[in-house]
Design a protein around this ligand. Structure first.
Ligand code: HEC
Ligand code: HEC
Length: 359
């Protein structure tokens, strides 16, 4: 009868082992649930996409399929503030002056400019920053106040809004930088900062700047691009690509895409991806990001055609002081990645971008 205490002991140790196992299992379950919560993204409310709905018999009707083609976009895009909400009269005047300088830049700095004659190529900022920099994915200024000053690899240093604006004067407008203290620069900066009212530091609101466009598997093709140009661009931008002045010769009705009065080779649009993004979601004139006309291929190919035509030169010796920071589509060597200048200009880009990412 003396094995009873022994079996009690065995039972006790069995129970305690079981308890240990249960504790370990509970801990594992808690850790797993925790990991799941961390790694499974909670679906964002914005960008909600509604699929087609089946009919009473569970079939997708043609109407439902049609609906599916027009993907519903319920994103809360940025909306520019209203001028009528500005209370302070002096501030209102400055902002309106800034907006006019963006919309009608040539009136001030173009061939018959009121402030400087011909200190630019005669283009307006608004030719590329549509609707005075307020159009969704029309290269708008919504994220400028919240993201500058910032580090830019092109200059290899911190850039203020002033420097960034003068970059566009010197490159996109192929002209002279304007004095930072001038009334004009102050008005442009006040206007651009006001557009960013209420946007938190570091945030880019939905619809800011330019919309991404998928890469092609192949290089962009300027021969195919010329065909796109003739059919879909030439009627406005003209056969020689040099655009068309208004009848008073004060500003462009249709801005130039190449030639002496277009953006120079140091400008943002001279990089193929910027051109393709701009054109896909904004051209031919009148299209919007959710109602486009060009396919991705047409956008890349016409970009290749336009940027293979002559553009004014620019001394770029001081750009990209660290060559390893050159973007995949910067069209001038030397490069740190071993790909050719031609591939950096026309693609295929994905292999370059992947390699840059792995560095
Ligand atoms: C020929 C087209 C073109 C014209 C004209 C032009 N820009 Fe730009 N601008 C661009 C492009 C493209 C970018 C974006 C470049 C990039 O991201 O590399 C840009 C970027 C900017 C930015 C920075 C935007 C951001 O979110 O980082 C500012 C500010 C700016 N431009 C101001 C101006 C002003 C002011 C003028 C007129 C004096 C002007 N631009 C004229 C094409 C143009
Ligand atoms: C119906 C006339 C029209 C057609 C067609 C058209 N554009 Fe434009 N494009 C314009 C106008 C006008 C602007 C200036 C917009 C503004 O100032 O509001 C512009 C601006 C541009 C710009 C930026 C400014 C510049 O000159 O660098 C580019 C790039 C551009 N268009 C490319 C194209 C391409 C590529 C096509 C063909 C796929 C095309 N456009 C078709 C009228 C047109």
């Amino acid at each position: 009868m003396n094995n009873k205490p022994n079996s009690d002991k065995n039972l006790a140790s069995l129970v305690s082992k079981l308890i240990n196992i249960i504790i370990v299992l509970i801990v594992i379950v808690i850790v797993l649930v925790g990991l799941l919560l961390i790694y499974i993204p909670i679906p964002a409310k914005q960008n909600k996409v509604e699929g087609p709905k089946p009919d009473a018999f569970g079939n997708f009707t043609d109407a439902a399929k049609q609906e599916a083609l027009k993907i519903k976009d319920t994103t809360n895009y940025w909306i520019a503030p209203e001028v009528s909400t500005i209370g302070n009269q002096q501030q209102k005047e400055t902002i309106l002056y800034g907006r006019d300088l963006i919309a009608n830049t040539a009136e001030y700095f173009g061939p018959n400019g009121k402030i400087f004659k011909s200190s630019t190529n005669g283009m307006d900022c608004q030719n590329c920053h549509l609707d005075a920099g307020t159009k969704i994915y029309g290269n708008n200024y919504s994220a400028v106040a919240s993201t500058y000053p910032k580090y830019r690899a092109r200059s290899g240093g911190m850039e203020t809004i002033y420097k960034r604006i003068n970059d566009c004067f010197e490159r996109s407008l192929n002209g002279k930088a304007i004095d930072t203290n001038s009334r004009e620069m102050q008005a442009i900066v006040t206007y651009i900062k006001w557009l960013g009212t209420g946007i938190k530091k570091g945030i880019k609101p939905p619809g800011s700047g330019l919309k991404e466009i998928p890469f092609l598997e192949r290089a962009a093709d300027k021969v195919k691009g010329e065909l796109v140009y003739t059919q879909k661009c030439q009627s406005c931008h003209q056969q020689n690509g040099e655009g068309k002045f208004n009848t008073e010769n004060t500003a462009y009705t249709y801005p130039p895409l190449w030639g002496n009065n277009s953006y120079n080779v140091g400008a943002g649009l001279y990089r193929l991806s910027n051109f393709a993004k701009f054109v896909k979601y904004n051209m031919p004139l009148g299209v919007t990001h959710n109602n486009t006309q060009l396919t991705d291929e047409e956008a890349w190919d016409v970009a290749a055609f336009v940027n293979s035509q002559p553009h004014p030169s620019k001394d770029l010796k001081k750009d990209w002081p660290k060559i390893s920071e050159k973007p995949f589509d910067h069209p001038f060597g030397p490069y740190a990645d071993g790909f050719s200048e031609d591939q950096h200009k026309y693609g295929p880009f994905k292999v370059i971008k992947d390699k840059l990412k792995n560095n």
